[in-house]
Write a protein that binds this ligand. Sequence first.
Ligand code: ZN
Length: 138
Amino acid sequence: MSAPSKPLPKPDPVTQPFWDSLKAHGIQIQKCNACGEHIFYPRGLCPHCFSSDISWEPASGKGKVYAFTIVHRQPNPAFAADMPYVVALIELDEGVRMMTNLVDVEPDPEHVKVGMPVEIVYDDVNDEITLPKWRPQA
Ligand code: ZN
């Protein structure tokens, strides 16, 4: 019996450019042309000024850990082999925050710190989906 599969994102017309940029290993996020704020998660209206004049721009792929937790129990058996693992809220250099996994680090509070500088890594899950994960900056 094969291992159960993990749930994956389902791109829609609003989020498709984000997933396409990850697939190309060059993360892009939205920026509002009316007020200049960066936007994440992708959406059709700016959450700062409600403008629909939004464009996609390359992001730096750098950020820092804003908050994290270490998962030791997970009811979904698809994640059993990964435990323990780090779920982190990353603040990108552009100012937006992304919930994600922190990888290439020991999953314990001795090695994961709030404020630690991180960089994106692209996890090619299949031909359609690449997930943005983050690791400590070298
Ligand atoms: Zn705006």
